[in-house]
Structures are given as C-alpha cells and as structure tokens.
Design a protein around this ligand. Structure first.
Ligand code: ZN
Length: 299
C-alpha cells in the first residue's frame, strides 16, 4: 500500500513538474503585483500569483505547490519591506531572480516604534496605496520584463507608459473623490496601519488601529483596546475599516461597544476574479468609494 502511494505521488509530482513550460515564467507574491505585471507583460511571459485573494500577505506560509512554482520561476516579483515575512527565508535562496519592487522607493515611511516590533526598525510596506509609487514599480517591472524578453521590449514599454497614464488618472480621481469628506472627518480607524502612504499623499489622518502597528501579526493589549475605544468615542469616528483578509471579530466587538460600524475593504489582496476589486485600478476605486461612504456622513 505504502509503495503504491509513493509511486502514485511520484507520478503526480512528475506530471506537475513535467508540464511543458511555454515562455518565461514570472511569479508574483501578491494579487496586486500579479495584476500590474499582467497588464505590462505580453505573449511569451506566463504570470503566476502565489497568494490567493483570501490570504493575508503578512501571514502567508508556502505550500509544496508554491515551492514548485517558485523553483520554475525566471523572475519573482515581491513587494518587499518585509511584507512577505513568511517567505523571507525561502526567497533568500533564489538570489538575483527576486525583484523587490519597494525596497528602493523614495519617501518610504518609517513604522511607529512599538512593542510588537521588538525594537527593530521597520518600514511601512503598504506602498501600493500611493499610485505614484506604483508608477515607479511599473518602471522596474517594464525593465525586468524587457530584459527577459528583449524582442518584446518596445511593446512592454508602450504598455507600461499607457498603464502609468491610467495611474495618474486614478490619482486625480482619488483627489476629487476625497473632497466629499469634510476636513474634520478625514480620520481613519483601521484593522492595522495599512494606509500610511495613502494618508501621506491625500491628507487623511490615522487615529487608531485594532492591531497595533504595521502588521496583522500583532496582538492588542487590553489597554490598547481601551484607548482605541476612547479615541473612537471622543472623535465620533463613524466607521472602522477592516481588510477582507483580516479577522474582523475584535473590530465588530469594538464597533458594537462604541456604536460605530465595521466596513470591509480590500487592503492587502484583490477580490476574486470578476469581483468588485479584481484589478489594482478597481481595487483603489473600491477602497476610496468605501472610505468616502464611511467618512463623509455627518455624525
Ligand atoms: Zn498590512
């Protein structure tokens, strides 16, 4: 029985690894990166995404099939800045084919010093909430893909430029949409500190989080929760925004205690294909529409 099982699983593995590969293989960690790379890559490049739409990028642990995918990759695009904390050791073994999109960006934001980081300096990894930084990702993606398929370089550059124009249109749309929120109501309470770059670009203020700091991996203390409740009450915060990949039960309880409401958002991952936020551009529009609906109402 054991022999049969081993030979069956070996056959399966050979079938899986032995599939003919068409073109260059590019692996992206997050669904957001996967969409942006797909917009720019052309024929001859196969784009794979490691994280599923319901996976919390901070907490991802690779499965055996993910390792197979990584080993077949010609290039691996990652967010970087420690977002993919669960993959760090494995990614290190892939060397130069790993392209970190965010590590060299300008104007990176430092994390808040707090206990959960054990004194380590941290940089906020949630750069995708600023489309002008995503536009810099696009330059790196276009350069990397052109190197991989030189015959397609002009087309790749052209698609990158078109996409960058869509990013500036998105940026202008966001500025106009946020104008609907009165200045004194531009205060955010979220599950964790996910909107640092968004706040820096568009002038909102983070006043509290359910989980302290930049990751969902931290645990709030009773004192953290009490202080968040008092912030929500004293500032009449109308909504707590919670990502779809994050457990909302504590936020729901705080909302019930303070008479506010929980609004679910896509923050670290796109929606399922054909969902309301299945591309980076629709993800950002969905987010901003939800923020406006949650914050623009008169308390
Ligand atoms: Zn996060």
């Amino acid at each position: 029985m054991r022999v049969f099982w081993m030979s069956a699983s070996l056959c399966l593995l050979l079938l899986f690894v032995g599939c003919p590969l068409v073109g260059e293989q590019v692996v992206c960690t997050t669904t957001l990166i996967g969409d942006i790379v797909s917009q720019i890559a052309g024929d001859g490049i196969e784009v794979h995404v490691l994280f599923s739409p319901d996976a919390d990028p901070h907490a991802f642990e690779p499965r055996p099939q993910d390792l197979v995918m990584l080993h077949r990759a010609d290039r691996i695009f990652i967010n970087g800045l420690d977002l993919e904390a669960g993959l760090a050791d494995i990614l290190e073994t892939f060397g130069d084919i790993v392209i970190s999109l965010s590590d060299d960006l300008p104007n990176l934001l430092a994390g808040e010093a707090e206990g959960a980081n054990h004194g380590h300096a941290t940089i906020d990894p949630h750069v995708w909430f600023d489309p002008s930084l995503v536009s810099l990702w696009v330059d790196v993606i276009a350069e990397t893909l052109s190197e991989l398929t030189p015959s397609q370089a002009p087309d790749i550059r052209a698609r990158a430029t078109d996409y960058q124009l869509e990013l500036s249109a998105l940026d202008e749309w966001i500025i106009i949409a946020l104008d609907q929120i009165p200045p004194e109501q531009r205060r955010l309470v979220t599950d964790h500190h996910v909107f640092g770059y968004f706040e820096a670009r568009y002038g909102l203020e983070q006043v509290g989080t359910v989980f302290p700091g930049l990751s969902t991996l931290s645990e709030p203390s009773a004192r953290d929760i009490a202080s968040l409740i008092s912030t929500i009450t004293s500032l009449s915060i109308p909504a707590i925004f919670v990502g779809t990949t994050v457990n909302a039960s504590l936020a729901e309880q705080i909302a019930a205690d303070t008479g506010t409401r929980v609004i679910r958002l896509y923050t670290g991952a796109l929606s399922e294909p054909n969902g309301p936020a299945d591309t980076y551009l629709s993800f950002m529009r969905y987010t901003v529409t939800a923020l406006v609906e949650g914050l623009a109402r008169t308390p």
